[in-house]
Design a protein around this ligand. Structure first.
Ligand code: UT7
Length: 324
């Protein structure tokens, strides 16, 4: 009997309606459309409006991922978020209830921009171990609520959104199979990206240092999963890296030896959506017909903690709805 693999069978994304352009930001802080495009590749992003919550966006993305897979429920529900609706309880049980799912294991993963990779890897471990048959993995964040609107280093990058994937047990030769993963952390870097616990505290990021560490950590973890799965960098059809900055995406590809033509780019239209960025970029790549079932894909992310990791998988058979 062949070993059980977790197979992605559904994808979905959700974005707030409110579009915020570079020009709009340039009227609020000392920046320009030209600077933001040249230094980050971002053109516009979405901001959640009052009443639009992380759990609401997560629920909308999850509904689309379930519909995309043609199922109604999952044995395990994980929400990767660092901007939960409340300090406690976790967001995942509420999302499960919103979806009409009761009684299943539901919990949050807090790994900032690496959250989706953390949640997808651990869900795939749960499925391949036989602990559960299926899982719904959601990345959702509303970081714009924690951003200082006058901080031009962070206000220009972040946007809000959610993305989700549905996985169930299958085999490694099926399109969508999760084949290898690697997860890492280093808490000595905890102040590089943080929201300190004090009244009125905003999101803080040491952008330059994060940039350097992100390139080296993501390219290292791409090498690690390639070695685990036995692919060369040339074998990779698609690199879906956390969408923080176009210069970071291209640098990760070149250090990892993957052609920059294989980098999926979604940040131009949504900015850095933290834990939502990878499933949103996958949904966008599918919508734009960039990928075919069975293509060799590497996902990689870097975020607060600091945390980072990568996953090697094949492109799933999915139909998706445009979240824009
Ligand atoms: O999601 C988790 C991971 N996060 C990331 O990966 C983000 C990583 N960091 C970055 O993407 C970049 O560091 C930023 C986009 C945040 C900043 O870009 P940078 O190219 O690293 O800019 P810098 O901080 O080196 O600043 C270069 C210059 C400075 O001016 P001087 O000192 O050379 O005169 C800044 O004051 O650009 C200036 N600057 C800006 N100018 C216009 C910084 N931000 C802006 C801005 N508009 N928004």
């Amino acid at each position: 009997m062949s070993a059980v693999s977790a197979v992605v069978r559904g994808l979905g994304g959700a974005l707030p309606e409110r579009v915020v352009t570079n020009q709009q930001l340039a009227s609020l802080v000392d920046t320009s459309d030209e600077w933001i495009r040249r230094r980050t590749g971002i053109v516009e992003r979405r901001h959640a409006k009052a009443g639009e919550t992380t759990s609401g966006l997560a629920t909308a993305a999850a509904q689309r991922a379930l519909a995309s897979a043609g199922v109604r429920s999952a044995d395990l529900l994980i929400v990767a978020t660092s901007t939960p609706d409340k300090v406690c309880p976790a967001t995942a049980p509420k999302v499960a209830a919103n979806l009409g799912i009761r009684g299943v294991a539901a919990y949050d993963v807090s790994a900032v921009c690496s959250g989706f990779v953390y949640a997808l890897a651990t869900a795939s471990w749960a499925i391949s171990s036989g602990a559960v048959e299926s899982a719904l993995v959601i990345g959702a964040d509303t970081f714009t609520r924690l951003i200082d609107p006058t901080d031009r280093a962070t206000a220009i990058i972040f946007g809000d959104g959610a993305g989700a994937a549905y996985l169930s047990a299958g085999t490694a030769d099926e399109p969508g199979a999760v084949l290898a993963s690697t997860l890492h952390s280093d808490g000595t870097g905890e102040t590089l990206i943080q929201v300190p616990r004090r009244d009125g505290a905003f999101f803080e990021m040491q952008g330059k240092e994060v940039f350097t560490q992100a390139v080296s950590a993501m390219s290292d973890s791409v090498h690690t999963v390639l070695a685990k799965v036995g692919w060369t960098a040339d074998d990779v059809d698609s690199l879906v890296a956390h969408q923080a900055n176009l210069r970071i995406l291209n640098a990760v590809a070149s250090v990892a030896g993957v052609s920059t033509a294989k980098v999926e780019i979604h940040l131009d239209r949504v900015g850095n959506t933290s834990a939502a960025s990878i499933p949103l970029a996958m949904t966008d790549a599918e919508l734009r017909g960039h990928r075919a079932p069975g293509d060799k894909v590497v996902l990689t992310a870097f975020g607060g903690g600091i945390t980072w990791g990568a996953i090697a998988m094949t492109w799933p058979v999915v139909t998706v709805i445009d979240p824009h």
